[in-house]
Design a protein around this ligand. Structure first.
Ligand code: PHE
Length: 397
């Protein structure tokens, strides 16, 4: 203790000379620059000199700097701290400048200590920078957090009309059974619409379909049978398996169950020895796919000029399972389509030999199927283009 004091005193004298010189030469610049960072203990230690003591005080500076770095809690604050500690005019740099005032033998140790201090301070700054950057990132992530459980924005999209839904469903079914889909012209001729369908001029059956004629020969097709008559003519004498969907037109007063325009899909199968039971099997398959697996169908005798025998086809009511309810008007059965064995006259006119080839045909109204399937109570809903109506048949559901 005593020896260190005496050493200190010697040094004190020595350094006093330097300080006096400094103060007299550059008093105004040096004093304010040196004092703020050479806190008193270091100043005294420096004057006392001796390597160990200087190092202890360097450690004090380091400790203070590290404390401040550690306490900084924004990148901005940290950068300001970096400038004030390590910048050109920063405290540590200034410490270095003061080296020239030291006695020669003390310079290397002092320089090394300042360098080491600089090194550890800049390392601490870099480390803290990472910590603060991570913190800033975390805060950003937290503030921009996305709630993935929120429902997404649904793009507005159009919907298929239920008539198209039914049409596509039936087409898929028939394509699966090996049928081709053929469409024709909506404007047809008396010839294909009636003559070829075994309904000659003056035949009372023409009254069953009030027609919209364009001129004496052309009219809007009253049934898709007009397409089938052309298919027959083009295909004779070969086998046929087609369905023909499309719009048809009849002069009618529109109300909840009637429309001057509606849609049909007709099927036609021609081959050698095609049994009527194939017709029944096919229609039963379709009825079950459309209305549920427990559906039964029945044939009732009917009349169409182009088929013989002709039948009306009923399906057990899908609402009450055949018990009787308002949908089936208490009967348990719902009429869905007309069908029959293709009339020999029709085959002959198209170019077939009715003794070698035969077949069946059926025709279904798509509005009727859609109304039954979806519980639609007014046929006019299909044509009013009200998006709210179509939206109830969302194709993405
Ligand atoms: N074409 C008939 C109609 O429009 C339906 C039908 C087609 C009936 C094929 C029997 C065979 O009413």
């Amino acid at each position: 203790m005593n020896s260190s004091w005496s050493k200190g005193l010697i040094s004190f004298r020595h350094h006093t000379v330097i300080m006096v010189e400094s103060v007299s030469d550059r008093r105004s610049r040096m004093v304010p620059r040196v004092f703020p960072f050479l806190h008193s203990s270091f100043f005294i230690a420096w004057l006392k000199t001796g390597k160990e003591v200087t190092m202890v005080d360097m450690n004090q500076i380091r400790e203070d700097a590290l404390k401040q770095i550690d306490a900084s809690d924004s990148l901005g604050e940290l950068d300001a701290l970096r400038v004030s500690l390590l910048g050109k005019r920063g405290s540590i740099q200034s410490l270095m400048k003061e080296m020239k005032n030291l006695p020669k033998e003390e310079k290397p140790a002092f320089g090394a200590a300042v360098n080491e201090l600089k090194q550890s301070v800049s390392e601490a700054i870099e480390k803290q920078k990472e910590v603060l950057a991570q913190k800033a990132l975390n805060e950003k992530i937290e503030s921009e957090k996305i709630d993935i459980t929120l429902p997404g924005l649904r793009p507005s999209h159009g919907n298929l009309n239920p008539l198209n839904l039914v049409e596509r469903e039936l087409e898929d079914l028939f394509v699966g059974l090996g049928y081709s889909v053929i469409e024709g012209d909506e404007v047809t001729t008396d010839f294909y619409c009636f003559e070829r369908a075994n309904i000659p001029q003056g035949h009372p059956a023409r009254d069953m379909q009030d027609s919209l004629f364009i001129d004496n020969e052309k009219l809007l097709r009253t049934h898709t049978t007009a397409i089938q008559m052309q298919v027959l003519e083009e295909s004779a004498p070969n086998p046929i398996k087609v369905v023909c969907p499309g719009k048809v037109y009849r002069r009618d007063d529109d109300d909840a169950t009637h429309s001057h325009q509606f849609m049909q899909m007709e099927g036609l199968v021609i081959g050698e020895n095609v049994p009527l039971s194939d017709l029944k099997g096919t229609l039963e398959f379709v009825a079950r796919k459309m209305f549920g697996k427990d559906r039964e169908i029945r044939f009732r005798p009917s009349y169409f000029p182009f088929t013989e025998p002709s039948v009306e086809v009923d399906v057990t009511c899908h609402m009450c399972n055949g018990k009787g309810c308002p949908t089936c008007k208490g009967t348990g059965w719902i009429e869905i389509l007309g069908a029959g064995e293709v009339h020999p006259n029709v085959l002959r006119m198209a170019g077939y030999d009715p003794d070698k080839m035969n077949g069946f045909a059926f025709g279904v109204g798509l509005e009727r199927i859609a109304m039954l399937k979806y519980g639609i109570d007014d046929i006019r809903h299909f044509y009013t283009n009200d998006r709210r109506f179509n939206e109830t048949f969302d194709r993405f559901d």
